[in-house]
Write a protein that binds this ligand. Structure first.
Ligand code: SAH
Length: 402
């Protein structure tokens, strides 16, 4: 791998690219793709937000190519680190991303093919839901690259459809509207995906995320492995990913709790699709905190808590910590002796260390013995580049409560 910035960009770029402040090329040398506004010395004349420009160190060395949006404090994201031209870098990175998933999952029907910065494709997520693809674009620069991405994905994968689901609040900051719709082909709704022998219906329109929580794949497998003969509570169940995995693993029964009745309606459809008996599960449309609070004792052998991100920004950290603590306290204080708690946080701003501290506080408050059996992270198709730890967001602990 060539070290970025080892060659002069050449006269043709001088004065036409974005120039960094002295020393600020260091993060690029560390292979980080983000450029904050404070690192930028100058923009070229007639600069346009969202277009790709060469990026130079203060000394005039070409360090990469990236797109910029002056509306955002995270102003620039590099699509190429070094001398490779942007289009070639994008094609290479996309091909590499797809190959990685083939290596870890083979031809999985549902998996994440591109995970933004982790795959050196900032602002882009691509999920495969056989027979098509769902893409999510979060930045102006990637929005401009959409025609290229659609062309490359069509060429490399030949999907039956490409559906855009760019429903991410961060688009607002970029000056973009949230949007969703079909870009190519025809969408057969609902899609039915098969994950290790379990079928799930996925409606792309109106769904959360890109339709399914792909990031919990290995955790669904874990639940399946440990669920035999257990009474299970799937807290924050969405469409029943964990509940169905538990039943597939011979759980004796499962209760699903979610505040969204649409999610539970789809969970019911999923139960029928997999021919699980009505008597093996119960759907509870309630706030999870209230559900836990109103029962003095929980009869479950395994409790799963997979709430939405309580901390969406750094400023939420304190309040979110309290919410995680309360939730875990409520569960721990009511759980049976010698039972399991599988608890998650998908808030990037609650890191693993902090989450463990929160669990410690909850255990202390509940007056229970708590042991970590294993700790986990997001699925294999959501890799974290060692140069971009910001992509690490989902953490989970399997705990033994006695
Ligand atoms: N475990 C799921 C994903 C959970 S996503 C899976 O693996 O597929 C979080 C879910 O929590 C969403 O379905 C959302 O509707 C639900 N939710 C959000 N706040 C809630 C609350 N206070 N009580 C119960 N459910 C809630």
């Amino acid at each position: 791998m060539k070290k970025p910035g080892t060659e002069r960009g050449g006269k043709q770029f001088e004065g036409r690219g974005v120039v960094l402040k002295p020393g600020r090329e260091k993060s690029v040398h560390n292979r980080h793709q983000w450029i904050f506004s404070g690192a930028i010395q100058s923009f070229p004349p007639a600069f346009t937000d969202g277009k790709i420009y060469p990026v130079f160190s203060a000394g005039g060395l070409l360090v990469g190519y990236g797109y910029f949006n002056r509306k955002c404090s995270l102003t620039g994201r590099l699509v190429s680190l070094g001398q490779t031209g942007p289009e070639e870098a994008i094609r290479k990175n996309l091909t590499k991303a797809i190959r990685l998933r083939e290596k870890v999952y083979g031809q999985a029907e549902a998996c994440r093919l591109v995970n933004g910065e982790s795959d050196s494709l900032p602002g882009l997520v691509v999920d495969r839901y056989q027979p098509g693809l769902v893409i999510q674009i979060s930045t102006l620069g990637m929005e401009n690259l959409k025609p290229l991405m659609v062309q490359l994905l069509s060429e490399l994968i030949k999907p039956a459809f490409i559906y855009e689901k760019s429903m991410v609040p961060s688009r607002k900051e970029e000056g973009l509207e949230e949007k969703e719709g079909l870009l190519t082909g025809q969408l057969p709704e609902p899609l039915i995906i098969n994950e290790q022998g379990i079928k799930f219906k996925v409606y792309l329109t109106g769904a959360q995320k890109t339709g399914f929580f792909l990031d919990q794949r290995e955790m669904r497998q874990l639940v399946r492995e440990i669920a035999a003969e257990k009474k299970v509570l799937d807290g924050f169940s969405y469409t029943g990913g964990f509940a169905l995995s538990a039943l597939k693993g011979q759980a004796s029964r499962v209760d699903l709790v979610d505040s969204s009745h649409q999610a539970l309606d789809l969970a019911r459809e999923n139960m029928a699709l997999n021919v699980f008996r009505d008597s093996s599960f119960r759907l509870i449309n309630q706030d999870m905190f209230a559900f836990l609070n109103e029962q003095p004792k929980l009869p479950y052998d395994l409790v799963i808590l997979d709430p939405p991100a309580f901390a969406k920004k750094k400023a939420d950290q304190r309040q979110a910590s309290r919410a995680y603590q309360r939730l875990n306290y409520l569960a721990m204080s009511r759980m049976k002796a010698e039972s399991f708690l599988l608890t998650f946080s998908c808030s990037y701003y609650i890191n693993r260390e902090l989450f463990q501290k929160i669990i410690f506080q909850a255990a202390l408050q509940a007056g229970r013995q708590v042991k970590i059996i294993t700790s986990n992270r997001q699925a294999y198709d959501h890799p974290v580049s060692i140069f971009h730890p910001e992509s690490d967001y989902l953490k989970g602990f399997l705990l033994y409560i006695s």
